[in-house]
Design a protein around this ligand. Structure first.
Ligand SMILES: [Zn+2]
Ligand SMILES: [Zn+2]
Length: 286
């Protein structure tokens, strides 16, 4: 396999990730549209139904539907991404004439299960998601739902106070509140660095990042199973400042081979971030 083949392999992995992530984006797109429609409906039909509890219950239904679809996505897409990356490694070994047979054994099954759990399982204890942490959809979904709830309460309190001062009727105040909620409701959330995420953008980023983690894990496991601990960085043209220095650099997956930076060093340097398109190839001889 020459350099051009490897570049084609990297590009193929990348376009597969894009495709897979698009499916999850569609799930979130639909949920976002449902949330918007919910607000519109409440805003145009103020009345008895317009209570925080009623809005909350319906938001919850949308979020639960989103959760279920996202989990289904994780099961299918991550298993597929992992198996695909494993197959690429097997082809690579075959082409190099290595007598290595990678089976889908317990280790691989456990790794895929872990990836799915991390992505779609219960949210981490501390609701303090940061850009370097693995994405967790349940946490984001729960957070957004809570935010919508609190935002509505907050606006309701402010609208009621202002309405009293102005001598508005309850209907007038309610209408004003709903108009405000429609334009100011929370569609996303802020991460620890203060970056504001739109739900749909987040889902797409999370899907791409988790597919990348699946690729990486599959390749590391395949290499280790075949008895190789060294990998060489393959960085796309136009990659960022954090990734570029790793192009062509040989790293040790486990740190067992002395004298090389490790995969953990690579991660700690800020490379392998969301939307990163870097890949690694097995070093057979060094
Ligand atoms: Zn980068
Ligand atoms: Zn990168």
């Amino acid at each position: 396999m020459d350099a051009r083949d490897r570049e084609a392999e990297r590009a193929a992995l990348e376009s597969e990730r894009e495709h897979v992530a698009g499916d999850l984006r569609a799930v979130y797109q639909q949920a976002a549209e449902e949330i918007t429609a919910l607000r519109d409906e409440f805003a145009t039909r103020p009345g008895k139904e317009t209570t925080v509890a009623a809005l909350d219950a319906r938001l919850l239904r949308v979020v639960h539907g989103m959760d279920a679809d996202a989990e289904e996505w994780a099961q299918d897409a991550l298993t597929e991404a992992y198996a695909g990356a494993l197959e690429l490694r097997q082809n690579d070994f075959d082409e190099q004439g290595l007598r290595v047979q990678i089976g889908f054994d317990d280790l691989h099954e456990a790794t895929v299960a872990h990836l799915i759990e991390q992505f779609a399982g219960p949210p981490p204890e501390a609701p303090d998601w940061g850009p370097g942490d693995p994405p967790n959809l349940q946490w984001v979904n729960a957070y957004c739902k809570t935010k919508e709830h609190y935002r509505y309460n907050e606006l309701a309190a402010a609208a009621t106070a202002a309405g009293k001062l102005k001598g508005e009727t309850v209907t007038e105040t309610t209408q004003r509140l709903l108009d405000q909620f429609k334009t100011e409701g929370v569609k996303g959330f802020k991460d620890r660095s203060g970056r504001e995420w739109d739900l749909v953008d987040y889902a797409y980023m999370a899907a791409r990042t988790t597919a990348m983690l699946a690729d990486n894990a599959a390749q590391e496991n395949a290499d280790l199973e075949a008895g190789f601990d060294l990998q060489r960085g393959l960085v796309a043209a136009g990659a960022c400042d954090k990734c570029t220095p790793w192009d062509g650099v040989v790293v040790s997956i486990t740190g067992a081979t002395k004298g090389y930076p490790t995969k953990a060093d690579w991660r700690a340097s800020g490379a392998g971030h969301p939307h990163c398109t870097c890949a690694f190839v097995t070093v057979v001889e060094e």
